[in-house]
Design a protein around this ligand. Structure first.
Ligand SMILES: [Zn+2]
Length: 67
């Protein structure tokens, strides 16, 4: 029987977060929440707060954050 992979507490990851000792790239000295943040970003691919969908051009447009 396979042991269940413990989820990263930050992102409730699906086993791919680097902040997880079962990840092949996990490093017990250096892996921490920053790896999790990187994982979340790569997972989301887009930052919806600074990109808006342009239906005319059918592409994502980067916008300046107001304030
Ligand atoms: Zn995580």
């Amino acid at each position: 029987m396979k042991e269940p992979i413990p989820n990263c507490e930050i992102c409730n990851d699906d086993g791919l977060c680097r902040n997880n000792e079962n990840h092949p790239d996990y490093d017990s000295d250096f892996s921490d929440y920053l790896d999790c943040i990187g994982y979340l970003k790569s997972k989301e691919k887009r930052d919806y707060s600074i990109e808006v969908w342009n239906p005319d051009k059918k592409e994502w447009i980067k916008t300046e954050k107001s304030s």
